[in-house]
Design a binder for this molecule. Structure first.
Ligand code: GDP
Ligand code: MG
Length: 233
């Protein structure tokens, strides 16, 4: 998988990230860790590993991913978490689907036959189901697990999307824009492991509301766009 860069957003992950990088040693791929320059404990924890570090210019999960993927120079990228919850054994199949089957994007999902999550709580399960339902109703997305964001794809396709979300709104802005742009995507079953250590960074109420407003905003922008296209037709 020499044409692949794993883009790992990290914030206060000194316990989990070294173990994630240890596990990834078995693959021949590039690793780009994106974090804030001030996060010295995480930086120190990975100094003996073969990975590149990119300091993000701004703050936030979405900002780390946008800057990281835009910086990537390999044909394919994959969003990979620093907390140990993503199963690296799924990478070869995702790579095959992107490279050989030519999907622009491949999404992992925890809610299909053959998948499972050991990290979901009642709240995150409800949130994921609700937002996935909304994605289907408002945009006809063919995605059952919209917030998981274990995604591999063509770097060039990602760069055309021009995403703006600096925070966890990224998790809905990405699939919605992929779908509206008519890119070819596929969901495959995934097994989510428990976070190794440290705290979850998602705040169910604050981030849940931000995500809800983002979906509504994108829906109205999409309606206005469709109306304007009709007028100019
Ligand atoms: N660079 C950066 N990474 C972040 C930020 N917030 C979360 N992350 C990373 O994004 C990934 C997903 O966050 P996590 O807390 O596991 O989310 P959850 O499991 O969905 O609650 C982890 O690798 C985090 O370290 C942030 O503000 N900046
Ligand atoms: Mg996590």
């Amino acid at each position: 998988m020499r044409n692949l860069t794993l883009v790992i957003p990290a914030k206060n992950e000194k316990e989990s990230l070294p173990r994630v990088l240890e596990d990834l040693k078995r693959y021949n791929l590039k690793i780009l860790v994106v974090l804030e320059e001030q996060d010295s404990e995480t930086i120190d924890s990975i100094k003996n590993y073969d990975c590149e570090i990119l300091f993000q210019n701004k703050k936030g999960y979405g900002n780390a991913l946008i800057e990281g993927i835009n910086y990537t120079d390999t044909e394919f990228f994959c969003i990979f978490n620093a907390d140990g919850s993503f199963n690296s054994s799924e990478l070869p199949n995702m790579y095959y689907l992107a490279k050989v089957k030519k999907f622009d994007l491949v999404f992992g999902t925890r809610y299909e036959k053959g998948s499972k999550s050991d990290d979901d709580t009642m709240i995150t399960l409800f949130g994921n189901k609700f937002f996935s339902y909304l994605g289907k109703k408002l945009f006809c997305l063919k995605i059952n697990d919209i917030l998981y964001t274990y995604i591999m794809g063509k770097t060039k396709s990602f760069k055309t999307l021009k995403l703006n979300s600096k925070d966890f709104r990224f998790c809905v802005e990405l699939p919605i824009k992929i779908h509206l742009k008519g890119l070819k995507y596929k969901c495959i079953p995934s097994f989510e492991k428990k976070r190794i250590k440290g705290l979850k960074k998602v705040n169910a109420i604050k981030d849940g509301l931000l995500i809800l407003f983002e979906m509504i905003k994108l829906f109205f922008n999409y309606k206005i766009l469709k109306k304007n296209i009709k007028i100019f037709d």
